[in-house]
Design a protein around this ligand. Structure first.
Ligand code: HEC
Length: 180
């Protein structure tokens, strides 16, 4: 009989009870095991490239391919595994020799040469998702530079391997910053 009375009560309370249940659900949900979920999904919310980068499709010479990335770069994949310690170590050498003056020792866009640059060097720590998921786009930018900004093209100064290593290290800087 108690069950029947509860059924009646539920029908009687209608929305009120449903609301209570929903609230209880919300309160209970985030507590256990939520932190690992957040950590895993950290890379997901895709950071938006700067407006200058977004406009690159037409700014850089070359045949625009899918996504605006020119043919020599479209579809390229990083030959190094992003979390390979030796690639990260070698990438650090390239990064500190060529990139940190502008992008900063931790990749936050605050290097000693960044002062007064318009636009300022990108805070690379927001690009973790792009380094991992759009490597061809980043490889293109590092190779050709960004017209109208201080970002130089490195295709004549660094080998392809060195450019990929620098990007691998930048991914690592971003990952470290995002896991703090
Ligand atoms: C002289 C300063 C300078 C140096 C040196 C420099 N950069 Fe940049 N970098 C910039 C600026 C400025 C931007 C563009 C900011 C914008 O477009 O808003 C930029 C943008 C970028 C981006 C952003 C791409 C995106 O998707 O938004 C990447 C990646 C990058 N640089 C990598 C590198 C790497 C790798 C090196 C070294 C091999 C390097 N940069 C050296 C100034 C520099």
């Amino acid at each position: 009989m108690t069950k029947d009375r509860w059924k009646l009560a539920i029908i009687g309370l209608g929305l009120g009870l449903a609301t209570l249940a929903a609230e209880a659900g919300q309160c209970g949900a985030p507590a256990p095991g939520a932190t690992p979920e957040v950590t895993t999904t950290l890379a997901e919310p895709s950071p938006t490239p700067s407006p200058v980068v977004a406009a690159l499709g037409t700014a850089v010479s070359g045949t625009p391919a899918a996504g605006g990335i020119p043919a020599p770069y479209a579809g390229r994949r990083n030959p190094f595994t992003l979390d390979d310690p030796s690639a990260i170590n070698e990438g650090a050498l390239v990064y500190y020799g060529n990139c940190q003056f502008c992008h900063g020792s931790k990749g936050k866009g605050d290097g000693p040469s960044a002062t007064g640059l318009v636009p300022p060097p990108t805070n690379l720590t927001v690009l973790e998702y792009l380094f991992a998921n759009q490597p061809d786009r980043e490889f293109w930018i590092v190779s050709e530079g960004i017209p109208g900004t201080a970002m130089p093209g490195f295709k004549d100064r660094l080998t392809e391997e060195q450019r990929w290593l620098a990007l691998t290290y930048e991914w690592n800087l971003a990952k470290q910053a995002n896991r703090q």
